[in-house]
Design a protein around this ligand. Structure first.
Ligand code: NAD
Length: 473
């Protein structure tokens, strides 16, 4: 068995038994055999992942359409192409990454040579989320494989079509003695978390992040938590407003209707600039999604009725009535909510007190744009923070003073596509990072290796510690 079906279909006790007795034993055996450590094995698995993307693009985009009504273009650009690019980079750089890194040694250990050897951690677990269910599942798996680990992937049950496709395709293409998919929801994840893993990589919300961390603590398992938060976008005056509006819209609504961890959650601008900015956003929104965005095939739907109800609850909050300056329409039958802008919402409104993760966009105002930094820092540290400005001093101040997983100036979300930058949160938005070489490092142990010869033996190191020896030291 490579993949376990979702909990609706299988008795959770059977799943637990299978995980305990069958799967973990096999994975430990495979890892102990040493086969996942070889360069050749890693390359074969990465090539197999590329084949999955190349040969099954239609199947994957259909699954994403079914789970999220994600447009094929968006699915290709943000999920398939990004996953392929991670694979291609790993294939190109793997030899270099695997090579021990020589380091200079000091007089203390003279004569000696030192190196840092990257070794795999062992049997690893990846728990992924529903919003980019293809990319967020396979990107960490690429890291695990690249570093030479065995890996189990648990995709999100909230995107069942993509979960099923991943389970089927990984079963067909990968070395199933070392790479497995367990489909399922809370019972299956709970059973998985009871096992002893050598690394757990979790993407999702902070509440479950805490459950993962607590479970990992029992086995001293290191954990990477890729969480979310309220990512702000600050918009200064004297910018190219049209370009800024398009880039904000692309990051907010063009990414899964705001259901993206790096989506701008709320915007801060100055009081005297707000109406000009709102007009620019409105006009570009109409260009992108037409006069009736609920009918647009380019706008993803809300993932399920629970999230739809959560979002309409934020929309119906008395504290935001009268604050909606654009959108607000909803289509419950098709789980769609129009791009919605709210101006000057109060700080104690529901929409300002949780991660929105949807198409609602509150705009707050300040008298001086510099005051936005204090507003951001008054909240938990977000996953991303964005700034649109041409002012060098403001840029420097923002970079120096805003703490977030990542910062991006004059655009949104694109920092996550840059392999040379680590992607991860800080504080409430997570711990650890991946992407590019950082993914390899995330799933490796950096083993310190010092080698000496038999020369350079200093008697002062050994007892008896005579006064003469102490003076020598
Ligand atoms: P989700 O509901 O798919 O949950 C994530 C995973 O946790 C799933 O695999 C799910 O089965 C598992 N899970 C759920 N409840 C559990 C429990 N009680 N015990 C054990 N496992 C459990 O996804 P979500 O949490 O709704 O995802 C949205 C959140 O994830 C947002 O906060 C978003 O910002 C964040 N996110 C972060 C990133 C990132 O890269 N930093 C990416 C995407 C989403």
């Amino acid at each position: 068995i490579v993949a376990i079906k979702r909990s609706k279909e299988v008795d959770p006790n059977q799943v637990e038994q299978f995980i305990n007795e069958g799967m973990m034993k096999e994975l430990r055996g495979t890892y102990a055999s040493g086969k996942t450590k070889s360069y050749e094995w890693r390359v074969t698995q990465l090539r197999a992942l590329l084949k999955i993307a190349d040969h099954h693009e239609k199947e994957i985009t259909e699954a994403l359409r079914s789970d999220l009504n994600k447009h094929e273009h968006e699915s290709f650009v943000y999920e398939i192409a990004m996953m392929k690019s991670s694979c291609q980079l790993a294939l190109k750089q793997l030899k270099k990454w695997m090579k021990p890194e020589k380091v200079k040694t000091s007089l203390t250990t003279f004569p000696s040579s030192g190196e840092i050897v990257s070794e795999p951690l062992g049997v690893t677990l990846v728990i992924s989320a529903w919003n980019y269910p293809f990319l967020l599942s396979l990107d960490p798996v690429i890291g695990a494989i690249t570093a030479g680990n065995a890996v189990v992937l648990k995709p999100s049950e909230i995107s069942p079509a993509t979960s099923a496709v991943l389970s089927k395709l990984l079963g067909e293409y990968m070395d199933t003695s070392a790479v497995k998919v367990v489909e399922g929801a809370v019972p299956e994840t709970t059973a998985l978390l009871e096992q002893k893993w050598d690394k757990i990589f979790y993407t999702g919300n902070g509440k479950v992040g805490r459950i993962v961390l607590a479970a990992a603590a029992k086995h001293l398992t290191p954990v990477i938590l890729e969480l979310g938060g309220k990512s702000p976008v600050v918009v200064d005056k004297n910018i190219n407003l049209k370009v800024a509006a398009r880039r904000i819209i692309a990051g907010k609504w063009g990414c899964n209707s705001g259901q993206a961890c790096v989506s701008p959650d709320y915007l801060i601008t100055t009081k005297d600039y707000a109406s000009q900015l709102v007009d620019a956003l409105k006009s570009e929104l109409e260009v992108f999604y037409g006069k009736d965005p609920l009918k647009s095939e380019d706008l993803s739907r809300i993932v399920n009725s629970n999230h739809f109800n959560r979002l309409t609850n934020l929309l119906d909050d008395d504290k935001v009535s009268g604050k909606i300056v654009h959108g607000g329409q909803r289509d419950e039958a098709n789980l769609k909510i129009a791009p919605t802008i709210m101006l000057e919402v109060p700080g104690d409104s529901l929409v300002m007190n949780e991660e929105i993760f949807g198409p609602l966009f509150p705009i707050l105002t300040v008298y001086k744009i510099e005051d936005s930094i204090e507003m951001i820092n008054a909240r938990e540290k977000p996953l991303s923070a964005y700034l649109f400005t041409n002012d060098k001093k403001l840029k420097e101040e923002f970079i120096r003073n805003v703490s977030a997983g990542g910062l991006l100036v004059n655009d949104t979300i694109l920092h996550l596509a840059e392999h040379s930058l680590p992607f991860g949160g800080v504080g409430e938005s997570g711990m650890g990072a991946y992407h590019g070489k950082f993914s390899f490092d995330a799933f490796s142990h950096k083993k310190a290796v010092l080698q000496r010869s038999f020369a350079g033996d200093i008697p002062a190191r050994y007892p008896p510690y005579t006064p003469g020896k102490l003076r020598f030291l």
